[in-house]
Design a protein around this ligand. Structure first.
Ligand code: NAD
Ligand code: IPM
Ligand code: MN
Length: 364
């Protein structure tokens, strides 16, 4: 019985997780899955109330007493520097060693891309390294506040860390029938860290001779994701480059409101969260798109081995987009909750995919 911790967090996180939870409960009961949900009060409110972000005991419990976490978003303008978000979100990624940050960016309907002339189906499966890079906080300031101030933010790359995310990307391409893996780096300038990524990519790549493999500098990749995104399939990148490229890929495939992500330590624990943040600009207005969070439920079922359920969630989402039953960011007029209502009503009769059929077929 999967035990799932729900952490709505801050801002629209609460609104989108409410809908994701309804979908999770609906699908679990209609498919006969036994799931156990626990509610977690982690976020800005708790931090401002109790001065606590997350305790060691809570990390232990998330790790040992749960199989997965479903998170909304963390970030609140009342908390300068968003220390709580770093402690909780980066804390889970690091302490649970969730080294794969999988961010599939799929164009669910051709009309959703802001680009003109996108040729063919578009599915960008991003594998972002999630435990190293510029994110570890290693560094510091010296002579702060003076004209001689020095600030260091180290970029950490270990062979183990680089190898395991590259391997995860190739394994995924191999098992899901994807034809190309592209490494994103900046090895023309960052010769040490970038050099390690290139060497390991080429070593691991030799084990997958049937998969096309190439590498792009991150600046050129930003350009090419706008120019000809359909060229790319699986993308593997360091923590920071993966963060940036995944927002770009999400926008190219319809917007942040649609993009889900899974933070995984294969065989151990997993954290599912939409790619978007707490969106303070629209929090409380009912305008938040819940699809990113709801597609996280699909990733969660896929993670536990139920790809057919994930496909049905995806089909229902596509159907809602095709009939315009969407929130305003996608041009619709429904509220967050009304999108959830629509999906719950249409799940059991989820329409078959009519778009991106080719991409879908290739992934079967
Ligand atoms: P954001 O993703 O919250 O918002 C960016 C823009 O996209 C805003 O205009 C917002 O209204 C819109 N948007 C985002 N999600 C949407 C949705 N579901 N439906 C409709 N519109 C949506 O990014 P930001 O403004 O840079 O960050 C706000 C806060 O969230 C910050 O504190 C940031 O650190 C935090 N953040 C948290 C996470 C996370 O918890 N995983 C991720 C990104 C940002
Ligand atoms: C994301 C977010 C986080 C990150 C922030 C909120 C720490 O942007 O999940 O993409 O940079 O990883
Ligand atoms: Mn980000």
């Amino acid at each position: 019985m999967p035990r799932i911790a729900l952490i709505p967090g801050d801002g629209i996180g609460l609104e989108v997780v409410r809908e994701a939870r309804r979908v999770l409960e609906h699908v679990a009961s209609s498919e006969g899955f036994d799931i156990e949900l626990t509610d977690w009060d982690l976020g800005a409110d708790r931090f401002l109330r109790d001065g606590i972000t997350i305790t060691d005991e809570e990390f232990r419990s998330l790790d040992e007493d749960h199989d997965a976490v479903l998170l909304g978003a963390l970030g609140d303008p009342r908390v300068p520097g968003n220390q709580h978000a770093k402690d909780i979100l980066l804390g889970m990624r690091f302490k649970l060693d969730l080294y794969v940050n999988f961010r599939p960016c799929v164009l669910l309907s051709p009309a959703l891309t802001p680009l003109k002339d996108v040729k063919g189906p578009l599915r960008l499966d991003i594998f972002r390294e999630n435990t190293e890079g510029e994110y570890t906080g290693i560094g510091g300031v010296f002579k702060d506040g003076t004209p001689d101030e020095i600030a260091l933010e180290e970029n950490i790359a270990t062979r183990k860390g680089v190898e395991r995310i590259i391997r995860a990307a190739f394994d995924y391409a191999d098992t899901r029938g994807r034809g190309r893996v592209t490494l994103v780096d900046k090895s023309n300038v960052m010769r040490h860290v970038g050099g390690l990524w290139r060497r390991v990519f080429s070593e691991v790549g030799q084990e997958y001779p049937d998969i096309e493999q190439d590498a792009m500098y991150v600046d050129a990749m930003a350009m090419d994701l706008v120019r000809r995104p359909e060229r790319y399939e699986v993308i593997v990148a360091s923590n920071l480059f993966g963060d940036i490229v995944s927002d770009l890929a999400a926008e190219v495939t319809g917007g942040l409101g649609l993009a889900p992500s899974a933070n995984i330590h294969p065989g151990r624990n997993a954290l599912f969260e939409p790619v978007h943040g707490s969106a303070p600009d629209i929090a409380g207005t009912g305008r938040a798109n819940p699809i990113g969070a709801i597609r996280c439920v699909g990733l969660l079922f896929d993670h536990f081995g139920y790809r057919d359920v994930a496909e049905r969630i995806e089909s229902a989402v596509i159907a809602s987009i095709e009939v315009g039953s969407t929130t305003p960011d996608l041009g619709g007029q429904l509220s967050t909750q009304e999108v959830g209502d629509w999906l719950l009503r249409h799940f059991d009769t989820a329409l078959p995919r009519t778009t991106n059929q080719e991409a879908s077929d290739r992934n079967d």
